[in-house]
Design a binder for this molecule. Structure first.
Ligand SMILES: NC(=O)c1ccc[n+]([C@@H]2O[C@H](COP(=O)([O-])OP(=O)(O)OC[C@H]3O[C@@H](n4cnc5c(N)ncnc54)[C@H](OP(=O)(O)O)[C@@H]3O)[C@@H](O)[C@H]2O)c1
Length: 248
């Protein structure tokens, strides 16, 4: 069988390069998509190889753009074996500062883009294909001032779990990586005081994507796979029982 072909949407984002490196490094063939032409050209210079790793400027949150991406993958590589949907957006702010436009944007970036991309690839997929999405523990435990982001990711997770039942009948695996904040240079610049023990490196996330896009994950349909590093929610109520020790 020829090497599998994956559509990597949101390839211009922070998590994409290690994913491209890992999947490309094991011989998978990749079509990378994004809206940022300059960034895609840079990725092509660094990772591109005709017939193995190619790029396409398109917006997969638009059904036509998504259809083009899926069709181009098949036209260029002769087949399509899955989708790694790295598209997403982030916005924080208290409710009274969030207009409905902010909610619509979060839903488009984090949820509807997954719908359009998945609807576009599905007609090309066969038994053993893989769909991988990305969420956050905030979807289950929404913290203040993150209502739009948390609600959009919660919608994504519920949707993936539902469609996973539909596509598993065709032997297709749809799973979600539930990840804590990625340890990236921009995050280190923005939040120098933060405890980076609670983050994970993009390389560790990429390894889980490697697993979910391999036969090692044949038993998983509709799973939410936590990649949380040493992340934990803390509370004033946490700590040792009364009379026992001090802080760890
Ligand atoms: N990084 C983290 O700490 C973290 C934590 C939890 C979950 N996640 C999730 O993991 C995934 C990848 O994260 P990341 O850090 O690589 O994200 P990122 O750096 O913000 O990149 C997001 C990507 O999504 C694309 N995108 C955003 N909105 C879009 C839209 N409406 N239509 C089409 N493309 C759109 C961007 O493409 P353009 O170049 O076209 O703008 C970019 O390639 C995302 O789903 C994110 O929510 C990330």
């Amino acid at each position: 069988m020829s090497a599998p072909v994956f559509l990597i949407t949101g390839a211009t984002g922070r998590l994409a390069e290690p994913v491209i490196g890992l999947l490309g490094g094991r011989g998978d063939r990749l079509l990378l998509t994004g809206r940022d032409k300059g960034r895609l050209a840079e990725l092509e210079r660094r990772h591109g190889a005709a017939g193995r790793i190619e790029a396409l400027v398109t917006d997969v949150s638009d059904p036509e753009g998504a259809r083009l991406a899926a069709e181009e993958a098949v036209r260029r590589f002769g087949r399509l074996d899955g989708l790694v949907h790295l598209v997403g957006g982030f916005r924080a702010g208290p409710l009274f500062l969030m207009d409905t436009g902010a909610y619509e944007q979060m839903l488009r970036d984090n949820f509807l883009s997954a719908v359009t991309a998945t609807q576009a690839v599905l007609p090309h997929l066969t038994e053993g294909a893989r769909l991988v999405y990305f969420s956050t523990p905030l979807a289950d435990e929404p913290l203040p001032a993150l209502s739009a982001y948390a609600a959009a990711k919660a919608a994504l997770v519920a949707w993936v779990r539902s469609i996973a039942h539909e596509v598993k009948r065709s032997g297709i695996h749809a799973n979600t990586v539930v990840m804590t904040m990625a340890d990236t240079p921009d995050k280190r610049r923005e939040r120098p005081q933060m405890n980076f023990d609670h983050t994970v490196t993009p390389e560790l996330v990429a390894r889980v994507v490697g697993f979910l896009t391999s036969e090692a994950a044949d038993g998983l349909y509709g799973s939410c796979v936590p990649v949380l590093g040493r992340f934990e929610f803390t509370s004033e109520l946490g700590g040792p029982p009364p009379g026992v020790g001090g802080p760890r």
